[in-house]
Design a protein around this ligand. Structure first.
Ligand SMILES: [Fe+2]
Length: 507
């Protein structure tokens, strides 16, 4: 069945094609085009993927132009861009309790294959998206290309990076957190957050709506499947575990956190097992690319114990840093990760997560306690697993820091004269911190104090990882400016790790 845009409601011809929809209820007439936030796909498997959209004809009205009732949304997935070869189709209810979002889990697709998809309600047809399934675990795969993004503070600039990302050839985009920022609008910024600091479900929904109205972000979602994980700003700055981060009474906090997680789920292409249950949701999961690569996506926010000796900035390390009971992953996630790392028989073992893992002095013996530097025993457990489990080619991908960096993690952490255990690629931000500079006094200090840090750049962009059996290459894709739209992008520098030779090499 080919869909064509029509200006009237379902005709009798399509009534025969979709009898269930017509039986359900008369079609709701939207005040405006309902697919204003575009489409997305995510969490691919070898035989399927999640397709996402949300009906929102009037994004800034109280009820978004929707009635308090469910609406049936049809979907189609095809093996060609013109969508003439429909492989699967169906319908799903968009319900008001989920802000009229839909998350379709498609099964029965072919491994490592491109697909195109779209949605329809009545005469309204969504933009088209492209997605790709994963290879089968036993498949031999030549090349995998990953995009790694994080930190897209809307206020700080334009999402030009996403426009460039949309034009790339990628197997999967990893979003490592700070998809939104929770604070209220300020003046004198390149763009302005609508509304006050997010506290209620409506606040968070409105914030995602504003971000997702951005054409460049929509283009990046429509071009590739994504695998997302959140950091702190999807809820509140620097929170830990059940902690609120800002001194709200606990009961108010749990309601706020439930609202934040609910809105996150509603706007991301996530599977059913990620549906939040009150103030918790399962986000850690694994993506396997044949015999070449395993990507373990972590959640370092939800299960961590409180940051030790925490003052919000940098501090000397107090005794609490070495507390054996302290954790950044929580017991279950840690056990799950260590099992994957030691059991996956793949060439490259990637750990995609939020905060910097490598030891990093900000000033002499001063550290940030929000990173793995605050959780020394947990970090040692990870390093022990990499070493004793003989994990092949471990690569860490991190977000959060807003500056592009690359670091080696040595057997004796921080001592570059000992063998390299793993390498870490730290992504800059899409917009957070604005235009920035390629080098700063802060950056120079990081490089001087931490010889295992090889690169620093305080400008905006993303990482492009090109992975083959022989080599892992990360290209730092960087823009000159984001405070105005339209910056070109360039590969400023590339670092690589060759199979069999641990440690970063500048290309
Ligand atoms: Fe951020």
């Amino acid at each position: 069945m080919t869909w064509q845009r029509r200006s009237f409601l379902l005709s009798s011809v399509s009534a025969l094609a979709c009898p269930n929809i017509l039986r359900a209820r008369p079609l709701f007439r939207f005040p405006d085009y309902p697919f204003r936030l575009g489409v997305a796909s995510g969490d691919p498997s070898p035989d399927g993927v999640v397709l996402w959209t949300r009906l929102i004809p009037s994004p800034f009205d109280e009820f978004y132009g929707m009635k308090n009732e469910a609406v049936e949304v049809e979907w189609q997935i095809a093996s060609d861009e013109a969508m003439t070869k429909i492989i699967a189709a169906g319908s799903q209810l968009a319900e008001p309790v989920k802000a009229h979002s839909v998350h379709v889990e498609v099964f029965g697709l072919r491994p490592h294959t491109f697909y195109w998809y779209r949605f329809r309600v009545g005469s309204e047809i969504s933009p088209k998206g492209r997605t790709r399934t994963l290879p089968l675990p036993e498949m031999s795969v030549d090349t995998v290309r990953l995009g790694v993004v994080s930190c897209q503070k809307y206020e700080d600039g334009f999402f030009t990076g996403f426009r460039h990302l949309a034009d790339e050839d990628m197997d999967l985009i990893l979003h490592l957190g700070d998809y939104i920022y929770e604070k209220g609008g300020k003046f004198n910024k390149p763009r302005t957050h609508r509304g006050k600091t997010c506290r209620t479900i409506e606040d968070y929904r409105n914030r995602y709506t504003q971000y997702k109205m951005d054409d460049d972000l929509q283009a990046a979602h429509a071009s590739h499947p994504w695998a997302v994980s959140f950091d702190d700003h999807e809820f509140v700055n620097d929170y830990a575990g059940a902690d609120e981060g800002n001194g709200d009474p606990q009961d108010k906090l749990t309601a706020r956190r439930s609202a934040a997680y609910q809105a996150y789920y509603e706007h991301m292409p996530l599977r059913r097992f990620c549906i939040p249950v009150r103030h918790s949701m399962r986000l850690y999961r694994r993506f396997r690319f044949g015999n070449l690569l395993s990507v373990n996506v972590l959640d370092t926010r939800q299960y961590r114990t409180e940051q030790p000796c925490y003052n919000g900035k940098q501090t000397a390390r107090c005794e609490e840093v070495f507390n054996k009971e302290a954790t950044i992953l929580g017991k279950n996630q840690e056990r799950w990760l260590f099992k994957n790392l030691t059991e996956d028989k793949v060439r490259w073992n990637a750990i995609a997560q939020q905060v910097i893992v490598a030891p990093r002095q900000l000033r002499e013996n001063m550290y940030s306690m929000d990173k793995w530097d605050g959780y020394e025993v947990a970090r040692q457990r990870l390093f022990h697993t990499l070493r004793v489990g003989k994990v092949l080619n471990p690569i860490i991908l991190s977000g959060d820091n807003h500056r592009h960096s690359a670091a080696d993690i040595n057997m004796r952490p921080g001592d570059p004269d000992t063998p390299v255990l793993a390498s870490e690629f730290i992504g800059g931000s899409i917009t957070s911190r604005g235009d920035g500079f390629s080098m700063t006094e802060y950056g120079q200090r990081i490089l001087n104090l931490n010889p295992h840090f090889k690169y620093f750049c305080d400008q905006r962009g993303y990482m492009r990882c090109i992975i083959t059996a022989k080599k892992w290459q990360t290209d730092y894709r960087i823009m000159d400016y984001v405070e105005r739209a339209g910056s070109p992008i360039e590969t400023r520098v590339s670092y690589a790790i060759e199979h069999g030779h641990a440690g970063l090499t500048k290309l």
